[in-house]
Design a protein around this ligand. Structure first.
Ligand code: FE2
Length: 197
């Protein structure tokens, strides 16, 4: 399992049996669905994956958790290739709380009809933080960078460490799900948010 940092593990999965992205863009080598586990006193999972690879993702997640239970599922984007496995994840881990923008939570209810998640949701806004222990996560919304509910998550400690010897744009290596065509606006949005932080 790939470790991004000592306490961040990649639990995303590959989908090499897909020939069209979003049903229209040809793929030659399939696609990756990105998801991460941040392991601290509290455990956060960042994004889920397409329902097509849900079983594989949950198995990787379970291995990464090594018997522990996640505390949070951070939902950065509601398009189904990122959100399609949320329902099954919530069923497997009933104590998990969902962290997302208010807009994403509105969508979530519509996406998963009949799923009562009211008690399990935490809406976050720009500059809100989530303390996991040593790790402090900060959220930055990026509305209309792709979809209206998109947000980015920064590990502030990791970012500050990187800033010592990297150019200013480098901290934009956030725990963001797969960037889309909106990479450049997303980075600009993040730089603006950081300037205000
Ligand atoms: Fe998307």
């Amino acid at each position: 399992m790939l470790s991004v940092t000592p306490n961040v593990r990649f639990v995303g999965v590959e989908d090499d049996n897909l020939d069209l992205f979003e049903g229209q863009y040809p793929l030659q080598k399939g696609i990756s669905y990105n998801s991460y586990v941040i392991d601290d006193e509290k455990i956060a999972v960042v994004d889920s994956v397409d329902r097509r690879r849900c079983r594989e993702w949950l198995a990787k997640l379970e291995a990464a958790l090594n018997g522990r239970t996640p505390d949070y599922l951070i939902v950065q984007h509601m398009e189904p290739d990122h959100s399609g496995s949320i329902r099954l994840m919530l069923e497997k881990y009933p104590s998990v709380k969902i962290v997302a923008t208010a807009k994403a939570l509105e969508m979530l209810v519509c996406f998963f009809e009949g799923m009562d998640v009211a008690e399990r949701c935490m809406a976050v806004c720009d500059n809100d933080t989530l303390e996991l222990g040593r790790v402090s996560l900060r959220f930055f919304t990026a509305p209309m960078v792709h979809w209206p509910e998109v947000m980015m998550t920064l590990d502030m400690g990791d970012m500050l460490g990187k800033m010592k010897d990297m150019p200013p744009v480098a901290p934009a290596v956030t725990i963001r799900s797969r960037m889309h065509a909106g990479d450049i606006p997303a980075l600009r949005c993040l730089a603006e948010a950081l300037a205000k932080a």
